[in-house]
Write a protein that binds this ligand. Structure first.
Ligand code: H2U
Ligand code: ZN
Length: 341
């Protein structure tokens, strides 16, 4: 049997070992690309925002009059920096202690400017902060998770541009799965998996953006409609290892990718994004390639989202829109001029 990408098929995610059901025949109707009124960005300062400079936080502290990136300890941390209770060994009711640290990272003092509307130098400052936090926390914890949760649709009620960093003594399950699969790929093929992906995709139909150091693609195995993967085109295992020029080129591609996202439905595109890098353990990290995932929920317009329910919850993720078509749509809007500028 030959593989016909226009017929229903499943695609394999080599990073996690998962599968996604693709049903392109349901995409038959021509895509209208619903035109909605563009969403105006929020004001530069919001007196009620707990992240704006000089404002009070819910925890009682007051933010300094910060001018660049600002990091503070989460007032409601999900992880506590103290040893928890001992591990249990009951095979059915198993638990283990998990301590850690969680911080909030304000990208900019400007309440209304999300990543694509920051200057390359401002984005570079965010990257430097991500790298510094990763290095500092990586000295004490095995895994440092840098992420951004953006948009009310993703459960984030505050538009002030910000992300978080959580560090844990254990490697959580997503990066742990990637660790195992990248290690197995290196053992089998003698190359880092994501370096091979970057090479194979560089000029491909799933590529959105490419520069000297980085590549933004809709991965072949994407589960979310407009999911993307940001890959280095050079060997690098962790964010602190990025050279200054590689951080500048990263700022450029982040700006371009997020500009395309916002322009697609002329809205501040919601997503969860985050970085995966090699754990801070004594193990060799040559199988690891640093990368970022973007998981946006939107499907058809600024308000019509994809739900991961039903078959997705009980069987496996399913999509109608092919990753190739999603990439084409994202390539069809500007990666340079933001709709709000
Ligand atoms: P979201 O990215 O999910 O919106 O998270 C914002 C974080 O900010 C959230 O983890 C924290 C919340 O605990 N926060 C503070 O640390 N201080 C505050 O005054 C409000 C919110
Ligand atoms: Zn604000």
């Amino acid at each position: 049997m030959t593989f016909d990408p226009a017929r229903p098929h499943r695609r394999f995610n080599p990073l996690t070992g998962g599968w996604v059901q693709v049903s392109p025949q349901r995409m038959g109707r021509p895509w209208q690309g619903e035109v909605s009124e563009p969403d105006p960005p929020p004001p530069a300062y919001d007196p009620t925002c707990y992240l704006c400079p000089g404002n009070a936080r819910v925890g009682g502290e007051t933010n300094p009059a910060y001018e660049g990136v600002h990091v503070f300890d989460n007032d409601f941390p999900a992880l506590l920096d103290e040893p928890g209770s001992a591990a249990g060994d009951d095979p059915l009711f198993r638990a283990e202690a998990s301590g850690g640290v969680s911080r909030v990272i304000c990208f900019s003092p400007d309440h209304g400017r999300s990543l694509p509307r920051l200057s390359p130098a401002q984005i570079r400052a965010v990257i430097d902060t991500w790298a510094d936090q990763t290095a500092e926390l990586g000295a004490r914890f095995a895994h440092v998770q840098v992420f951004e949760n953006k948009g009310a649709m993703m459960g984030c009620s505050n538009p002030h541009p910000h992300g978080q960093v959580w560090a844990t003594a254990h490697v959580p399950q997503e990066p742990a799965a990637e660790d195992a699969r990248q290690r197995a790929y290196l053992a089998e093929h003698g190359r880092a998996m994501l370096l091979d992906v970057a090479e194979r995709e560089a000029a491909g139909e799933r590529t959105l953006e490419v520069n000297a150091d980085w590549l933004a693609i809709v991965p072949f195995w994407a589960a979310w409609p407009f999911e993307t993967l940001l890959l280095p085109r050079f060997r690098v295992a962790r964010m602190p290892d990025l050279a200054p020029t590689q951080r500048d080129s990263l700022a450029a591609i982040l700006k371009a990718l997020t500009t395309r996202y916002d322009n697609l439905f002329r809205t501040s595109f919601p997503y969860s994004m985050g970085w995966h890098g090699a754990p801070f353990t004594d193990e060799p990290a040559d199988h690891w390639q640093l990368h970022a995932h973007f998981y946006p929920p939107l499907l058809r317009s600024a308000s019509v989202r994809k739900f991961m329910v039903g078959y997705e919850m009980l069987a496996e993720p399913q999509r109608d829109l092919t990753p190739e078509r999603a990439a084409e749509m994202l390539r069809g809007v500007s990666g340079i001029v933001h709709y709000a500028d």
